[in-house]
Design a protein around this ligand. Structure first.
Ligand code: FES
Length: 183
């Protein structure tokens, strides 16, 4: 009977060592890559934390909505202490802060229309602004005529935002009392 011999190749010490070394190098590369990724992420987060989470837009300038959505007449924006007046297609904005010591003036409808003289111009008004603190009174255009308020109420510039058509008020830009924005 013939016996057969199977030759199993003897493990080659040299090639096994090389495989193990390349596996080690590969694992080291992966380790290094994840370490670098982690460090990069951490670095980015640290940098981001140095930048305050705010909009660099002047807080003096803000949008108040679409002109078509504003009610005709006078709208009081309480948080801004601002009266926005809409007369058809014309808009203007008057400060609600009394020019004496800064109390908020109240828009007050008159019992009956009143003839007034504002800078030599006769005008009929139906409302005024009254200050509850020390009694200053202003005509409907903000002209002071009674009480300790030394100057008229401030008027601020209105414009239309080019991106969405909303009205923009700029409290940093005071305008004359004949200013009107027509939309
Ligand atoms: S704060 Fe308005 S009258 Fe004094």
């Amino acid at each position: 009977m013939k016996s057969s011999t199977v030759h199993v190749p003897a493990p080659q010490a040299g090639s096994a060592g090389a495989a193990s070394a390349s596996r080690r190098a590969f694992l080291q590369k992966i380790g290094l890559a994840s370490l670098l990724t982690g460090l990069a992420g951490f670095g980015l987060q640290s940098l981001r934390s140095l930048i305050p989470n705010v909009l660099y837009e002047s807080p003096q300038k803000f949008k108040i909505g679409l002109p078509s959505l504003l009610a005709d007449g006078v709208t009081f924006l309480e948080g801004r202490r601002l009266y926005v007046v809409k007369e058809g297609k014309s808009f203007h904005a008057i400060s609600g802060a009394c020019t004496h010591l800064g109390c908020t003036v109240k828009y007050t409808k008159l019992q009956q229309p009143k003839q007034v003289d504002i800078n030599g111009e006769k005008k009929q008004i139906t409302a005024e602004f009254h200050c509850p603190c020390h009694g200053s009174k202003f005509y409907d255009d903000g002209t002071n005529y009674a009480g300790p308020a030394p100057t008229p109420l401030h008027w601020y510039k209105l414009s239309v935002a080019p991106d969405d058509g909303q009205l923009i008020v700029d409290l940093g830009d005071e305008v004359e009392r004949n200013f009107r924005l027509t939309v």
